[in-house]
Design a protein around this ligand. Structure first.
Ligand code: LRH
Ligand code: MN
Ligand code: MN
Length: 391
């Protein structure tokens, strides 16, 4: 049985859904082996925002762009913000960078040397200034710190130093700001990361205060991890601040969300929908954290937005009355069947119809391909930027 009809509330929820794009998705990027340069990629943050605005133009679902400092350094953030506004988008989260400076070889906020730790804190104060200039409300911190060898440093002392540095950063926030803390179980350190998991991130958030929340990057977990359980648990605590959506087949490969495991994405969105966390005022920001190594970047972002929309539409189709009844009566197969019915529904026609109602082309990828934008940027832009990894 399939339920291809959405309720009025579900339609409204889909129309209200927003997905934030990363500026770094539009620049050249690659693996540690090779960056394959593409023609027409942006040369500066202004052009990255112009490309992101194309994704929003054809999906009407991607109105914010995350920046990464220093990859998106400019001397006029007010102008960058105004430029975004002109193109119908706005600046989203500001991502700090603690992983591309020689001083950070042995750590940044957890480094044994207080001078290096102060440098890492000061970088976040600079990011808070960028937030004030752009109107951004989220400061996103991914900590690459960790150890490669047992005994390399004191595990507990590093947590203490981290807590101290985070407290200094937290104290610099304005009341409307949030500190969004990311975790990752491996890489660049391989013996021990200083924020390896959601528990560690959550403990630091709880110590800091209500403006500190966790960001869950779907690529940052061991194979087989039940990510929807983590979603449910963080939502219970009111500390799920954001997602960094992407896919991984083995490591942190940041491929398009929904490519490796669309069923996992559906299960995540089912937790979100059933907890009421899809609403724009829920405090959960749905972001992409992806780089496109071999595929064209703007279409890859459009496809990613569509993949999230499809998973969301399926989650909204779950027959909750049937699911509740089956769960209450111990009907294991019935309960599982209620989820699978929704997951196995083809929601693409339904989403195409919703787009048409909004005055959009039903097929965003075809509309973008026909627009001539790709050819225009190839002709206009020479010497495009790296996303940052190889820079
Ligand atoms: C590294 C990472 C992390 C950050 C991004 C900027 O793993 O992908 O997820 O969010 O770099
Ligand atoms: Mn991430
Ligand atoms: Mn990552």
């Amino acid at each position: 049985m399939s339920h291809a009809e959405l309720s009025a509330d579900a339609r409204q929820a889909l129309l209200a859904q927003t997905i934030e794009l990363p500026s770094w998705a539009f620049g050249n990027s690659g693996t540690r082996f090779k960056v394959f340069a593409q023609e027409g990629v942006p040369r500066d943050p202004f052009e990255k925002i112009a490309d992101a605005a194309q994704v929003n133009r054809y999906t009407a679902t991607a109105p914010r762009v995350s920046l990464h400092i220093p990859w998106d350094l400019t001397d006029d953030y007010a102008a960058l913000s105004a430029h975004a506004k002109d193109l119908g988008v706005e600046i989203g989260a500001i991502n700090s960078n603690l992983f591309q400076d020689d001083d950070y070889m042995l750590g940044s906020l957890t480094h044994p040397d207080p001078i290096v730790r102060k440098k890492a804190v000061d970088h976040h104060l600079q990011c808070v200034d960028v937030m004030r200039a752009t109107g951004s409300t989220d400061l996103k911190l991914w900590l690459p710190d960790g150890l490669n060898y047992p005994g390399q440093d004191n595990l507990r002392a590093r947590q203490d130093r981290l807590a101290e540095g985070l407290a200094e950063i937290y104290a610099a926030l304005d009341p409307e700001h949030r500190l969004v803390i990311e975790y990752k179980f491996f890489e660049p350190a391989f013996y021990s990361m200083d924020i390896p998991d959601w528990g560690t991130a959550l403990l630091h958030c709880l110590a800091l205060g209500p403006q500190a929340v966790v960001v869950l990057d779907t690529g940052h977990h061991a194979p087989g991890t039940n990510i929807e359980f983590i979603v449910a648990q963080l939502l219970r605590q009111g500390r799920l601040g954001a997602f960094d959506f992407n896919s991984r087949f083995y490591a942190d490969d940041d491929l398009m969300v929904g490519a490796a495991d669309p069923f996992q994405l559906f299960r995540i969105m089912h937790e979100i929908v059933s907890a009421g966390a899809l609403a724009p005022d829920s405090g959960v920001s749905f972001m992409l954290d992806q780089c496109h190594n071999i595929e064209p970047k703007i279409p890859a972002q459009i496809r990613s937005v569509m993949n999230v929309q499809e998973a969301t539409a399926k989650a909204l189709l779950v027959d909750t009355a049937a699911l509740d009844a089956a769960q209450q009566s111990g009907d294991v197969l019935g309960a599982n069947g209620a989820l699978m019915d929704a997951y196995n529904t083809d929601v693409r026609p339904l989403l195409a119809g919703l787009r048409e109602e909004q005055g959009l082309h039903p097929d965003p990828l075809a509309a973008y391909a026909a627009s001539g934008y790709a050819e225009k940027i190839v002709a206009e832009r020479v010497g495009g930027a790296q996303a940052g990894w190889g820079a």
